[in-house]
Design a protein around this ligand. Structure first.
Ligand code: ZN
Length: 165
């Protein structure tokens, strides 16, 4: 998801320029004290396990990695309860209503703006059917999971396998 930097100072409308400020290269105003801080972007992923201890995947219907199998995931809206965002993404993509069981872990790395919070969950209602963001949805047995699609998926699956024991 592209993050667009501001071009003009929101305080005095001068064109912003790059300079070192608060210990890093940032976009700042040459005429006043304004500094643009690039905030992290918060994303959630959800590991939904059914009664057969299978893991829920969606076949992505959007870039990046359209057509690959991945966990239900998406960005948290500003001001949105993070756990509500996790439940919302599962419902939007798979039709399932879930109850969160806990936070699996938090994933981030240098120079990546995205901070990824992964929860585990179990279904409590709804009906399994792909939403507009998914080409297909289904549960996979632990021995037959799709290959990891995103950078952290391998360690996320390992964390899931430990937690489901
Ligand atoms: Zn300014």
């Amino acid at each position: 998801m592209p993050v667009v930097d501001p071009v003009y100072c929101p305080l005095c409308a001068t064109r912003l320029v790059p300079r070192t400020a608060h210990g890093a290269e940032r976009i700042a105003c040459p005429a006043c004290d304004f500094v643009h801080f690039e905030d992290p972007k918060l994303a959630v992923g959800v590991l939904v396990t059914n009664d057969q201890r299978e893991l829920l995947y969606t076949k992505r219907n959007h870039e990046p990695l359209m057509g690959t199998w991945a966990f239900p995931s998406g960005f948290v809206d500003r001001g949105e309860d993070v756990r509500a965002a996790a439940r919302r993404e599962v419902e939007e993509e798979t039709g399932l209503l879930v109850e969160l069981d806990g936070l699996v872990d938090v994933y981030s790395r240098d120079r990546d703006p995205v901070v990824y919070l992964v929860f585990d969950a179990h279904p409590v209602g709804g009906r399994l059917q792909p939403g507009p963001e998914a080409q297909a949805v289904r549960f996979f047995a632990a021995a037959a999971l799709p290959p990891p699609a995103f950078p952290f998926d391998r360690e996320i699956v390992e964390a899931w396998e430990i937690r489901r024991r």
